[in-house]
Design a protein. Structure first.
Length: 560
């Protein structure tokens, strides 16, 4: 196909009308205005994206007032795909997107100054039909664009709400919003409008939602209150991370930001991912936050005024990277696969990046007690000298947090099914990243020690989504396809390990960190393996969740 490139320099004196209602004005070789007349009626401005292009800094201006800043990899060489910029909210206003293009000279053999301006267009529709062979069928994915951590998950009146770190302007990390999806069965997901968008305090990083039954925060009884990190990147200074609130009085459909934001600040660069919860014993709120490589614990009567209670973890567990996305909850102890009434322990989930057991990001956990003020582990020796316990030993299981208010007091969690080592490079385009299936947490005891198990949530039982193998001794199961791709699951009863090998399974070329074995220690002999395969992922549950490995795969055709 003939490549048709427009040189901005050559256009310096003219405008390029894509329609009577849109003009592109070039201000310099690396600077242009996309101007949309107040009379324009289209629903979207479609922006052409090239993933290799550097991010253009775009200021969105309506009637001369700055509305927001966004970063978009505007296509310079070729168009990989489009993203829609919604025009609805600017209807009747003169809209200007001023783009600083950060021209990529290295990539263009010195030509530079080429941007695919002719590909910017107005449209009434944006095609979201699936174009990806690797899109899973029953795992949650964003309709288009980038997704990382699950955020603010809660359950209310029969519906699971999943919010997530979302870039609506490209399938790589950036422009963090809270995307939103809902489901009644954890299998079929409905895409909802963006729930929380960036503001003057920053982009919207990870956080959590609570159900404020008594209206302690002053937003009304049964308000859903979201607490999240506002991340404000200041060039030359780095991120300023503060904690903000938004609330919903319509069950999570729409959120209003609290005018007193931020509600919590600290003199530390990495201070984020707030996770508040109601403590019935204290009759107050508790909050766990990650701060560098430790957790900080707080209490509050109203979700707004926070008192620091204690810190946890500087000398315990894995410290290969920053601590992120904490969760703290009481998890039931199971004996012989059955819940023992009333028996439970506190578990602290701590996501860490890098430093995971298979490299990169992973979820570690600590078992102990929490009295509303301080979290203490049962047995420090299990976490000394860099020792750590991991919820999932696969390579693609991160940012795990639980649903608030899950039915029957279940501790139901979801993870982001990727790894920061290569998340931006995996071979999908229309969307990037899926969530794991939901799992219900439990503790089980082996030789006097409690371990965290993750059982597929009961919503998946009997739906024909999984394969179950009864095993007796060392076993290798090979998942394969007609093209000869192989994913091996190896149980070694002598070594007491469960290993996943994806090194010969389809596309592994996009990162040297991808074709790597993940190995889990097995604490008690395995008698069953339960496997969920969904186009681009394999989740393996030994003894229905006592040992778990979650891994991505990109085979030539689906594995069987
Ligand atoms: C974890 C994380 C969080 C942060 C978010 C930003 O993957 O780094 O700590 O809030 O992603 O998108």
């Amino acid at each position: 196909m003939k490549r048709f490139l427009i040189s901005l320099t050559a256009l310096a004196t003219m405008s390029l009308p894509s329609s009577a209602q849109m003009k592109i004005e070039t201000l310099a070789h690396d600077h242009c205005n996309i101007r949309i007349a107040s009379t324009e009626k289209s629903k979207y401005l479609l922006l052409p994206i090239e993933e290799k292009a550097p991010e253009a800094d775009i200021r969105v201006i309506a009637n001369n007032d700055l509305q927001r800043n966004i970063k978009v990899r505007l296509a310079q060489g070729k168009v990989d795909y489009y993203v829609p910029f919604l025009l609805d909210e600017f209807r009747g206003k003169e809209l200007v997107l001023t783009a600083m293009l950060n021209i990529d000279r290295t990539n263009r053999g010195g030509v530079g100054s080429e941007v695919r301006l002719k590909d910017i267009k107005l449209s009434d529709s944006f095609d979201v039909s699936n174009k990806e062979k690797f899109r899973p069928a029953y795992h949650h994915t964003p309709e288009y664009g980038w997704m990382n951590d699950p955020n603010g998950m809660f359950y209310l009146d029969g519906t699971y709400h999943l919010f997530y770190q979302y870039n609506p302007y490209g399938s790589m990390w950036g422009n963090m919003n809270w995307g939103h999806s809902t489901s009644t069965d954890l299998i079929n997901w409905k895409h909802e409008p963006i729930a929380i968008a960036p503001d003057a305090h920053g982009t919207i990083f990870s956080g959590s939602c609570v159900l404020d039954k008594e209206g302690t925060a002053g937003f009304g009884k049964n308000a859903i209150v979201a607490m999240y990190t506002s991340a404000n990147f200041v060039p030359g200074r780095g991120d300023i991370q503060t904690q903000s609130l938004a609330y919903s009085t319509d069950g999570g459909k729409t959120f209003t930001k609290y005018n007193g934001n931020p509600v919590l600040t600290a003199e530390i660069a990495d201070f984020r991912d707030p996770n508040p919860f109601w403590n019935e014993d204290l009759k107050a709120w508790n909050l766990i936050m990650s701060a560098g490589q430790e957790m900080r614990l707080y209490s509050s009567p109203d979700l707004k005024e926070w008192k620091e209670e204690s810190r946890f973890g500087l000398n315990l567990g894995g410290h290969g990277g920053v601590w992120e996305c904490p969760d703290l909850m009481k998890v039931p102890v199971m004996v012989n696969g059955k819940y023992v009434n009333g028996k439970s322990k506190w578990v602290l989930l701590c996501n860490i990046n890098p430093g995971g057991p298979a490299g990169g990001s992973a979820t570690q956990y600590f078992v102990g007690d929490f009295d509303g003020h301080k979290f203490t582990v049962d047995d420090e020796s299990r976490y000394k000298d860099g020792k750590a316990l991991w919820q999932d030993y696969g390579k693609d299981h991160y940012a795990t947090v639980s649903f608030y208010n899950a039915p029957n007091n279940r501790k139901t969690v979801l993870a982001w099914m990727s790894n920061w080592e290569y998340a931006n490079d995996v071979p999908t385009r229309q969307f990037r990243s899926a969530n794991s299936i939901a799992r219900d947490l439990f503790l089980y005891e082996v030789k006097g020690k409690l371990y965290l198990g993750s059982r597929p949530s009961p919503e998946y039982d009997g739906k024909g989504l999984d394969k179950t193998y009864k095993i007796n001794g060392s076993t290798t199961i090979t998942l394969s396809n007609a093209e000869g791709d192989e994913f091996k699951i190896i149980y070694d009863q002598k070594a007491m390990t469960l290993t996943c090998d994806r090194s010969k399974c389809g596309d592994v070329s996009f990162s040297q960190n991808f074709p790597i074995n993940s190995v889990a220690p097995v604490h008690r002999r395995l008698t069953s393996l339960r496997i969920f395969i969904d186009n681009s992922s394999v989740e393996v549950f030994g003894n229905n969740g006592e040992v778990v490995l979650t891994n991505l795969v990109f085979p030539k055709s689906p594995l069987k």
